[in-house]
Design a protein around this ligand. Structure first.
Ligand code: GLY
Length: 375
């Protein structure tokens, strides 16, 4: 009897876990290779589910809205398979503006509810007085990615038989020189042993580090620093999404505050005084009373960004290697649709190339230079 080799998921962050979970649910054997779970952007994010508040447009808005629609069912599956809750809250998100004109110019303004200053005060008591208009997106929400979702997803994967190779750093993906098909994965185990594993099908979920394994991919890190505050429970019922700073209130009164967006930091680790004072100034500018709430934690991470800030989804430049990376600011929102699209495409791969419009729109080839023609 022959057994099918497992599909290898490269990366144990949010995308890796979400795809492993959906593949396992569709009956595939799956192995996740994870270097260091703590680096995963899924632990860093504030967990906003905010295609409208973030003002997405074009195909990215469509992708975000499709994911938002899938999330209740996706979370129910994770909670069922793990026995843990994920902290999904459709709390709505308020975006404040200095003027009504600014509010009208927001790309998704037509999909929100306009708020006057008086209505803004009702939605966000204590909002700084210079915010004179706003939009309420009741359809947007949040999930407790850092404390609940990541753990629940991992447990759901384990309960469905997904294997994990933890602490292993993938060092190279080798391709057949003639066919360009994936041939082998070379990795260094947690114990320092270098191993070579034959592999014909893998999914690249290596976040900001994806380009280290596949140099063709235009993915670079955008560092984000964050902090959390302990507010009075129910002090804030909505997420507030200001320019540059947002406040995300969890059920228990913890307020997650994000985030810097540092394109020139590369992979420089650590908090910086500038980054932390930017967050502090952002809090003061949005909700002055929150300036006196006790800080709890501070952390940072690396968003995986692409030149158009949209993800890379679907077949990659190596045959048998699928891509699910480059989600930039929207990884938590897009995890549900990414896992669904990829798991379906991989399951149906024997039928031919996937023809889903969204997979086509987010194919990595959109960044390839057109072939040079001699004249
Ligand atoms: N989604 C918000 C951020 O990346 O900061």
């Amino acid at each position: 009897m022959t057994t099918t080799p497992p599909i290898v998921v490269l990366g144990g962050g949010l995308m890796g876990l979400a795809i492993a979970h959906q593949l396992a649910r569709r009956g595939h054997a799956v192995r996740v290779i994870s270097r260091n779970r703590n680096e995963a952007a899924g632990f860093v994010a504030a967990g906003m589910l905010a295609p409208h508040a973030e003002g997405l447009s074009g195909q990215l808005l469509t992708l975000g809205e499709r994911s938002l629609a899938l999330i209740p069912q996706w979370v129910a599956q994770i909670e069922h398979d793990s026995g843990l809750t994920c902290g999904l809250r459709m709390s709505g998100i308020v975006v404040p503006f200095a003027t009504e004109d600014d509010s009208r110019r927001h790309p998704t303004a037509a999909l929100g509810q306009s708020l006057t200053r008086k209505a803004l005060e009702q939605e966000v008591p204590g909002l700084a007085p210079h915010w004179q208009a706003g939009l309420l997106f009741e359809q947007d929400g949040q999930i407790d990615n850092r404390r609940q979702l990541m753990r629940a997803l991992e447990k759901a994967c384990v309960s469905l038989g997904v294997q994990f190779l933890e602490g292993a750093e993938v060092q190279a993906l080798s391709r057949h020189s003639d066919s360009q098909e994936l041939q082998q994965i070379s990795l260094r185990t947690a114990e320092g042993e270098v191993q070579h594993h034959p592999c014909r099908m893998a999914v690249l979920c290596s976040g900001a580090w994806s380009q280290k394994l596949v140099p063709e991919l235009p993915i670079f890190p955008v560092k984000g620093q964050m902090l959390s505050l302990q507010g009075p429970r129910k002090a804030l019922k909505r997420v507030i999404f200001g320019p540059g700073t947002y406040l995300v209130p969890r059920e228990d009164g913890l307020i997650v505050v994000g985030a810097t967006s540092e394109r020139s930091a590369g992979f420089t680790a650590g908090l910086t005084p500038d980054g932390q004072s930017q967050l502090q100034a952002g809090i003061q500018d949005l909700l002055p009373m929150a300036g006196s709430w006790p800080p709890m934690e501070r952390w940072w991470g690396f968003r995986p960004c692409t030149p158009d800030e949209g993800p890379l989804l679907g077949p990659g430049p190596i045959g048998g290697l699928w891509l699910a990376c480059g989600h930039h600011r929207n990884g938590v929102l897009l995890a549900a649709i990414t896992a669904d699209l990829l798991a379906n495409a991989i399951t149906d791969a024997w039928l031919g190339a996937p023809d889903d419009d969204l997979l086509k729109a987010f194919h990595w080839g959109r960044f390839q230079k057109p072939p040079h023609h001699n004249v």
